[in-house]
Design a binder for this molecule. Structure first.
Ligand code: 5AD
Ligand code: SF4
Length: 436
């Protein structure tokens, strides 16, 4: 029996790609093991969104430079696509490099590898296919990912994704619906629709569904209690998505809508294709929805040329929107990207200062907003039990963590939907007591 170990870095797309890669390997007679030491084949599914993420895989590979004998190493994902053959030079013990657009070819590539291939590659970006396999090994027994669209046709000036994941390819609605029904039948109650630009989804078949229609139909699948989706691009975020959320409580009232900057000038330099005002209109749609929609975002500080005034515009936008959570990053120069050679780079120290100010502001907003939940009863999907705190871990439809105590009997609640009254609130989570 051939053994493999896989470690995954980066976004949920990568996490789900790995589930499909695991399914493919298992179908080829491989068995997964839990440490690289036990494995004959070690795979890293990599991320190159920022320099730090990219460095992780090289530091992992470094560890095996000397004592990796008898093992094969494979680099998958975004660093594989970005660095290509250069990986063989940097890390000569790697014998396979494969980007996500070539995962359909994995079975053939594995045959080459087993035949002793030293430099096996899958690096073509020129594909119309998406990676579909009935064998995805799902990691969570209650929540399942479905990739509905791969790649990205935008060209945000800072972003590697168009170079690492290739052009946009949507799956047919028939195949997506088939997968959703199958998952529901197998007992999954939460579905997360994935895509780098999930709301650019366009059914390539004659059915021709757009994203909002797909969302409505997934929400109507019997047995599915929660539907989430990530990540949305503001340019393609239409009002119909908010209407769909309003109509069906199975569609979670949480939207992740990356703004990146609150300054129209910077947004233009980033080639984001919307102004601050256009973004705010989308926020207003959500704020005027019947169900309170939690909103989260991504923000980059220190994009080349970002002035103090631009940064203040971002702070003002954060104040105005009052996000439920944000992911914020210092701008990182990425290979191939349009912004790579822009002048007026912001010094690291200044980026750090801006990031700290932004994060401090957001922390205060979260403390204030979360405090508003005290006394409210929320339905939670129970994710597990935390032995250290003696609390159950729940997640609300708005994607907030709500930890709770349950006195008395202690049957396993994982996977169940329970009602919890919020009794305490912190900046990053809520705590409460079970009420049913
Ligand atoms: N530098 C810093 N942050 C980046 N992101 C994407 N590219 C870069 C970069 N070059 C951030 C964006 C994106 C999130 C996934 O990562 O905010 O939405
Ligand atoms: Fe990282 Fe982006 Fe690739 Fe996801 S798509 S793994 S975030 S570089």
């Amino acid at each position: 029996m051939k053994t493999f170990y896989i470690e995954t870095f980066g976004c949920q797309m990568n996490v789900h790609d790995s589930e499909k890669v695991i399914g493919t390997l298992t179908g080829q007679g491989y068995r997964q093991v839990t440490t690289p030491e036990q494995a004959e084949l070690v795979l890293y599914n990599t991320c190159s969104i920022r320099d730090k993420a990219e460095q992780k895989v090289f530091s992992r590979l470094q560890q095996f430079k000397k004592d990796g004998r008898g093992k094969r190493f494979a680099v998958l994902g975004c660093v594989a696509q970005q660095e290509g053959h250069r990986i063989f030079e940097k890390a000569p013990h790697v014998s396979m490099v494969c980007g996500s657009a070539s995962y359909n070819k994995l079975p053939e590539l594995l045959v080459q590898l087993e035949a002793g291939g030293r430099r096996v590659t899958g690096l073509s970006l020129d594909t119309e296919d998406t990676f579909e396999t009935p064998f995805a090994r799902r990691d969570n027994p209650h929540r399942a990912y479905i990739t509905i669209i791969e790649g990205c046709d935008k060209s945000c000036a800072y972003c590697v994704v168009p170079f690492t994941r290739g052009p946009e390819r949507s799956r047919t609605s028939e195949s997506v619906m088939g997968e959703a029904r199958d998952l529901a039948q197998r007992g999954y109650t939460e579905i997360q629709l994935l895509g780098q630009n999930v709301n650019s989804y366009r059914d390539p078949s004659a059915t021709g569904w757009g994203f909002a229609t797909l969302l409505r139909n997934i929400g109507a699948v019997e047995g599915i209690r929660r539907v989430r989706f990530t990540t949305s691009h503001p340019r393609d975020f239409v009002r119909e998505i908010v209407d769909a959320i309003d109509e069906n409580t199975a569609l979670c009232n949480h939207v992740h809508l990356p703004v990146q900057s609150g300054s129209t000038r910077v947004l233009e330099a980033m080639q984001r294709l919307y102004t601050r005002e256009e973004y705010m209109r989308r926020i207003e749609w959500m704020k005027s929805a019947r169900r309170a929609i939690a909103i989260s975002t991504d923000i980059i500080v220190g994009f080349p040329g970002e002035t103090e005034e631009d940064f203040e515009a971002t702070l003002a936008l954060v104040d105005e929107v009052e996000y439920d959570s944000i992911f914020s990053f210092k701008y990182s120069r990425r290979p191939n990207t349009p912004a790579l050679d822009l002048g007026d780079q912001i010094p690291e120290e200044e980026k750090g200062r801006r990031l700290a100010i932004l994060q401090e502001k957001q922390r205060a907003i979260q403390i204030r907003r979360n405090a508003g939940y005290v006394g409210v009863v929320e339905e939670c999907l129970v994710e597990g039990f935390n032995n250290a705190t003696g609390q159950w871990i729940g997640r609300t439809s708005q994607n907030k963590t709500l930890n709770f105590l349950r006195a008395g009997e202690c049957e396993d609640l994982a996977g169940r939907y329970v009602n919890v009254r919020v009794t305490r609130a912190g900046p990053n989570s809520l705590a409460g007591e079970w009420v049913n």
